[in-house]
Design a protein. Structure first.
Length: 148
């Protein structure tokens, strides 16, 4: 299932990059495509090594249109949702697996998705499409700063 969802991710990320007028969004989307492609390769190699036939990609084609039918804001939120779902899928797969080699792959690849999702959230915050989440106060600084 993770192979299939990553194949869909590669196509969506590439098509969103193709239509975005913003270079930073394009680069982030292409990075997502590259990450998904890498994850497909990791999972496919594992299946082949274990004499299991990997799922075959459907014939999804991307048009040559560069006219954006969707806003960058919408596509960024869509990719953020897919990244969160992917992380959840990997966590579930790692918890259900009894093979340490698979668990290590899921954990390693989850970290890569988390870093990608963080960069996407930063992009959305910089474009005012997402608010900066509340953080905690620096307790050491508060302890040193006293009104006299």
């Amino acid at each position: 299932m993770n192979i299939q969802t990553n194949i869909i991710g590669t196509k969506l990320a590439l098509s969103f990059a193709q239509m975005s007028p913003r270079e930073l969004i394009q680069k982030w989307m292409l990075r997502g495509r590259d990450i998904s492609t890498k994850h497909v390769e990791v999972f496919t190699k594992t299946l082949i090594k274990n004499d299991i036939v990997p799922p075959v990609s459907s014939d999804m084609a991307i048009t040559d249109s560069i006219i954006p039918p969707f806003s960058d804001k919408l596509t960024m939120f869509h990719m953020a949702l897919l990244s969160a779902a992917g992380s959840g899928n990997y966590a579930t797969a790692a918890a259900a697996s009894q093979r340490s080699d698979l668990i290590l792959n899921y954990e390693r690849l989850s970290l890569e998705i988390a870093m990608y999702a963080k960069d996407g959230a930063d992009l959305m915050i910089n474009h005012a499409w997402l608010e900066q989440p509340p953080g905690t106060k620096d307790k050491d600084q508060l302890a040193r700063k006293k009104d006299t």
